[in-house]
Write a protein that binds this ligand. Sequence first.
Ligand code: GTQ
Length: 345
Amino acid sequence: MSDLGRLEDLPKQYVQDLRDLNLVPLWPSLRAVLPPKVPTRQTQPTHWAYSTLKPLLLQAGELTPIEKAERRVLVLANPGHGLENMKASPAMYLGMQLLLPNEWAPSHRHTPNAVRMIVEGEGAYTTVNGEKCPMSRGDLILTPTGLWHEHGHDGTDPVVWLDVLDLPLVYYMEASYHINGDRQTIVPGRGDVQNVRAGVAPTRMFERTSKAYPMLRYPWADTRAALLALAADEPGQECVQVTYINPETGGDAENILGFYALMLRPGQSLRLPARSPAQVFHVIEGQVEAAIADKTFSMVEADTCCAPGYEAVTLRNLRADQPSFVFIADESPLHRKLGVYENRG
Ligand code: GTQ
């Protein structure tokens, strides 16, 4: 393969003539945008320890009243993308949000899709299009594109959750904006109560419209029980993992990012194949070592890390006598929809 011509090889005046007409020669940049065999990835394996982050988040609670923040969040930014770009990966944004007792994060809706994984504290809730979703540790709450959401807190201790948004992608598409709204009126009907799995879903015969997102809250108690049941029923199965789905369609819970809960058996080491989408790992329970490219992170409860696409990841349960549980977010739905999804084994 011959080396391609460089920009410096061209007469300066020629390059300037092109520029004046908003033209650029391809060949000096061709290898950069189409590198051989493996994409260039800015996403660096990065670990955010909750123990180091939490005091700074609580400090934000003292420094900035909720009225001055709207959402009191420390963003988990990947240095490979430039911290100011607030990306964990090309399509994923991560934030740790703090809500103190009696605080109120007012209602808004926006084009990016969001989910929240509750890290710590009881008594807070998110209202999504009128449905009040209580927040308990390990619960997953969806706020899909366009749905109104606000956060309140009737408890006595700080509540912290992990926000996962497809904001970087939607922003890149020049499609990111928000609208502020009035405080929502709570309406009856809870998706997590109506959609009790067991292989059945509510029949929609008489309703004019069924909600696009029938399930907004995925209680951890149920997800954990599903994983334990799966592990017990399939003792030989290596990857004990469930996907958070839309119970009405059976498809992914949201359109762009995918969400999963993984159980590692006591002492288990699990190699996840090299696939094209970037991934985020968050320890719900236990202790997990994550080996990603040339980095190895030792993670405890509430820690979070990310991995670039096209890298195998090995997760090891550091507890020999108990399972560990990991929440995973990835860019698979996006890659599949775009037709660029790959599993390289
Ligand atoms: O809770 O609505 O981390 O709108 C970033 C943007 C959280 C939220 C974030 C948001 C929210």
